[in-house]
Unconditional design. Structure first.
Length: 262
């Protein structure tokens, strides 16, 4: 299987770069909003980016399974499953904020084997293969070495469904309050895949994912893991595919952060 990683990665890169060029060409223009929920906007560019990605990947691997943000699930009884977010950070894109990406990952038997995250505005291309390390524009990355919450920055990622559930929203607020009481700064950027990449490259020191959508997660999570980021769930166990509440940080903060939130 290892020898196949590069061929899958090359296809994902081609798809991400092609979709990213389309998104960059249309960035800053007037967009028509379709509000899926009060917190989640959809635009034509989401759909077009998804079409570009699927045409490329399905052209190579038509019998694989797919899960994409706009079309949902395509089942072909395959051990391979692509997770696609054609425009991670749609709200940012819609508002003219240049913090968004294309995010693509491939799972084999529920294990992520490749992941790419591409911000076409900053020309940052993050990529990783299982046990093969992670790169930013071809250069290996390292996470931060901060060991003090008071000097560290944490991203708080919250799924769209949280705001519609009184119980989840209350629990989410408690978690975020704990983080704000301890970290130098807690950020919420509306672009989870890029936040994972930012964690991997040392721009931030920790990330808490609270019921975030799956297509936002797997590519960035693999990229972070391959740089040495420590990842656990809220029950103090190592992360497993399907976990919805995730604690991720550099090595030096991890034990204390898990204790803080568990």
């Amino acid at each position: 299987m290892d020898s196949d990683y590069k061929k899958y990665l090359d296809v994902a890169k081609d798809a991400a770069l092609s979709a990213g060029k389309y998104l960059a060409d249309n960035f800053g223009k007037s967009h028509v909003a379709n509000f899926k929920t009060k917190n989640d906007v959809g635009i034509t560019e989401d759909i077009e980016s998804e079409s570009i990605i699927l045409n490329i990947i399905k052209g190579k691997y038509p019998k694989h399974n797919f899960f994409s943000e706009e079309i949902g699930e395509i089942k072909n009884n395959s051990k391979f499953k692509w997770f696609i977010d054609p425009l991670d950070g749609t709200n940012n894109y819609f508002a003219g904020i240049p913090y968004f990406s294309v995010s693509i990952s491939l799972l084999f038997e529920n294990e992520t084997i490749i992941g790419v995250v591409y911000n076409p505005i900053s020309n940052q291309f993050f990529e990783a293969t299982k046990n093969g390390g992670a790169l930013l524009n071809g250069v290996p990355m390292l996470p931060s070495k901060n060991s003090d919450f008071g000097k560290s920055v944490c991203s708080f990622v919250q799924g769209h469904n949280v705001s519609t559930s009184v119980g989840l929203k209350s629990e989410s607020v408690k978690v975020k309050n704990k983080l704000e009481q301890n970290f130098r700064r807690v950020i919420s950027t509306w672009a989870p895949a890029l936040d994972w990449a930012l964690l991997a490259s040392g721009g931030i020191d920790a990330l808490i994912s609270f019921d975030s959508e799956l297509e936002d997660m797997y590519a960035g999570l693999l990229i972070a893991k391959e740089t040495g980021i420590k990842i656990a769930n809220f029950n103090k166990n190592n992360f497993q595919i399907g976990d919805k509440r995730i604690i991720a940080s550099n090595y030096f903060l991890h034990s204390d952060l898990v204790e803080l939130l568990s």
